[in-house]
Structures are given as C-alpha cells and as structure tokens.
Design a protein around this ligand. Structure first.
Ligand SMILES: [Zn+2]
Length: 154
C-alpha cells in the first residue's frame, strides 16, 4: 500500500533548482524531502539540501553533515520522507543508491531525476522522474509517481 504524498509546486521548483545547480558543475545532487505524516497523508513541507560531497555519478553526506540534518529534523519536528537526487543521464535506482543509508524505513520514497534536471520542469516532472518506495521487506519497488504524489496549490 503506497503512502499518499502531498506537496506544493514550490517544493518541486526548489528541488529542481538545487539539482540544476549541481548539474552546472557536472555533479549529482541530493535533496531531502522533509515532512509530517498522518494516517492518511504525508505532507512534504521542505526541500532540504544537506551538505554533501558529490561527483559526476555519486554523492556522499558526511557524518557531520548527517548530524546537522538530524538537528534540523528535531528543530522542525519533521522526518525524512524521501530522497530526491539527480543522475547524469538515465533515471533509475542504482546499486549505489540501494546501499545509501539515510532513507531506509518502509514506506520511504526515492525519486531519481535524469540529466541533472537540465530540462525537467514542473510540467514534465511526473513524466521524467523515476520513483521508488521501500517495501516492508526492504526492497525498492518502482512506483507510479502520479499516484504516489499529489500536487496542491500553495
Ligand atoms: Zn543514483
């Protein structure tokens, strides 16, 4: 059963801006979607770019940067809902992405944006982005983003 995510267009715009900035330097970028969950819906409230070291096809978040993420979560009383990251070319969940450890709870989402988000916009976001959800037996399942994520007006 897929968790229903909700966000404003602004969250997506901010995310794409971060990913494109990395793309201008030919590096991947990861943005964390933070939010609050109720029984019915998970509301995404912030697109948060953690401090990171990135290369053409990989990114790394140091333990110090991770502590800063956790401090921010305590302050905002939010949790990590999804990781959104860019790839140089195709959007898919790579083996390296599988091992990545921040977002590991069942129901967590992972979104992968192709071509460093160069030509990704709010209008084609749902066509271009590959989306995954972590199953209760710890496997990333490909999901239909249109079903999982609903846009709402700010
Ligand atoms: Zn990746």
């Amino acid at each position: 059963m897929t968790t229903q995510l909700k966000c404003t267009p602004q969250i997506i715009e901010t995310t794409l801006r971060h990913l494109r900035e990395g793309g201008e330097h030919d590096v991947e970028t990861v943005v964390l979607w933070l939010g609050h969950a109720t029984a019915e819906v998970t509301q995404i409230t912030e697109a948060y770019r953690p401090d990171q070291v990135a290369t053409f096809d990989r990114f790394h978040i140091s333990s110090e940067a991770m502590r800063a993420v956790m401090a921010h979560l305590r302050k905002t009383r939010a949790k990590i809902v999804a990781q959104v990251h860019s790839h140089p070319r195709e959007a898919f969940h790579s083996a390296a992405d599988d091992e990545w450890a921040i977002v590991r709870h069942a129901g967590a989402h992972s979104l992968v944006v192709p071509n460093f988000a160069e030509d990704t916009t709010l209008n084609n976001f749902f066509d271009q982005v590959a989306a995954y959800e972590l199953s209760s037996d710890d496997r990333w399942m490909h999901i239909e983003l249109r079903t999982a994520l609903k846009l709402e007006e700010p």
